[in-house]
Design a protein around this ligand. Structure first.
Ligand SMILES: Nc1ncnc2c1ncn2[C@@H]1O[C@H](COP(=O)(O)OP(=O)(O)OP(=O)(O)O)[C@@H](O)[C@H]1O
Ligand SMILES: [Mg+2]
Length: 375
């Protein structure tokens, strides 16, 4: 995958203006709390997702008292081709994304050009919160390894939006919903089939990573797909999905939204036949989350022949050096470009010294100023 060679940020959180020349393997950003480390990773992530990994409010990213942020990246492709990507966003909510001088109209195009996998302290709450973060795991995988998924998902989302609009409006009859129900079921069939196919391979990889990690997880962690359709629905027949909506539409009308469907899925994690959220210790949860992300990166590489970039935010404060070393070693062995933040340089220096012959670029961050410090 393309390497991020140069990053330029302007008026992004507390980063007034900076130009960084990045290395092909490890890039470490270290500095005191509130110096701007996570902001740098956020700016890199913006070039992949056109959003932040820590807030849904994009205007929070614009530096206080400034009207507009800009993030610019130069990517070196595998064929030595240089791609230039720029994103700007202003307080009025206007966004402009340019690639090599032309407008980019969708975030998915960005993500395809620079796939990023992120692990931050929040990632370790995966089992405890709403399904959103768990859904994001499978969505990320299917989006990247199944090129047809995006189209099916867009059509599904369009049908769902129209269906929900009618349900909210109320006073409708079955016939008005039917065209959207038909489209929704047709696309759901594709979505479910692609998810199933990817999950089977993913679960196998995840289990291998887990058992290599520790005997305590060998055969004891179970990951399964919890469909968003009522229990027992056959997910491989459009007719059976339509029958479900036939039975549900009046209830959905009362609720004002679509209570079942492929958008409502979850991933269920169990440890020794009990819910992982209840039965894993905090430390065990971290190990399982790490294994999940390793398996995600591995599946990505296996299926696409490319490597995703990896962002690790503040992990030395969450992981002991043994686990951190193993994680860095495994991710680097895939060939990924890594961007890591830590409060103190020493937290990572010993870890990375153990990974011999691996180029590492060090950046000291202080009050929004970034300086290279490679000695
Ligand atoms: N829109 C903004 N404009 C200016 N400053 C901001 C904005 N948003 C956040 N900040 C400030 O930027 C600083 C850097 O935040 P950031 O989260 O990047 O720090 P950090 O180095 O990751 O800290 P920690 O080690 O505590 O995680 C903080 O002081 C924060 O208050
Ligand atoms: Mg931080």
């Amino acid at each position: 995958m393309p390497l991020l060679k140069t990053l330029q940020v302007q008026h992004f959180r507390n980063l007034g203006g900076a130009t960084l020349h990045l290395g092909p393997a490890f890039n470490v950003f270290y500095g005191e709390n509130a110096s701007g480390k996570t902001s740098i990773l956020e700016a890199i992530y913006l070039l992949s997702a056109n959003r932040s990994f820590r807030t849904h409010k994009p205007h929070y990213l614009i530096q206080h008292d400034k009207d507009q942020l800009t993030v610019f990246g130069e990517f070196l492709g595998e064929d030595a081709h240089l791609d230039k990507v720029g994103i700007s966003r202003n307080r009025a909510g206007e966004v402009q994304i340019r690639k090599n001088g032309a407008n980019v109209h969708s975030s998915s195009e960005l993500a395809q050009g620079f796939p990023c996998l992120t692990l931050d302290p929040e990632s370790f709450n995966l089992f405890d919160g709403s399904p959103k973060a768990r859904r994001a795991i499978l969505d990320w995988l299917v989006f990247h390894v199944k090129p047809d998924f995006l189209n099916a998902w867009k059509n599904y989302a369009r049908a769902l939006k129209q269906r929900n609009m009618l349900l909210r409006r109320g006073k409708i009859n079955r016939l008005e919903l039917l065209p959207w129900d038909t489209l929704l079921c047709k696309e759901a069939l594709k979505v479910e089939a692609m998810r199933q196919e990817v999950l089977v391979e993913f679960i196998e990889l995840f289990e291998n990573v887990l058992s290599a990690m520790s005997d305590e997880f060998d055969q004891n962690i179970e990951l399964s797909y919890k469909t968003g359709w009522p229990a027992g629905t056959s997910l491989d027949s459009e007719k059976s999905l339509l029958t479900v909506l036939d039975g549900l539409w009046q209830r959905d009308l009362e609720l004002g939204y679509s209570s079942s469907g492929s958008h409502r899925f979850d991933l269920k994690f169990q440890y020794c036949h009990r819910l992982a959220s209840e039965n894993l210790s905090r430390g065990q949860k971290k190990s399982v989350v790490i294994a999940l992300h390793q398996a995600m990166a591995m599946l990505f590489v296996r299926r696409t022949g490319h490597t995703p970039a990896i962002l690790l935010d503040d992990l030395p404060s969450e992981l002991d050096s043994k686990r951190l070393t193993a994680l860095c070693e495994n991710l680097r062995s895939l060939g990924s470009q890594l961007f890591i933040s830590a409060v103190a340089r020493e937290q990572l220096a010993t870890v990375l010294e153990e990974l011999k012959d691996t180029p590492c670029s060090w950046f000291h961050v202080k009050q929004g100023q970034i300086t290279v410090n490679n000695q």
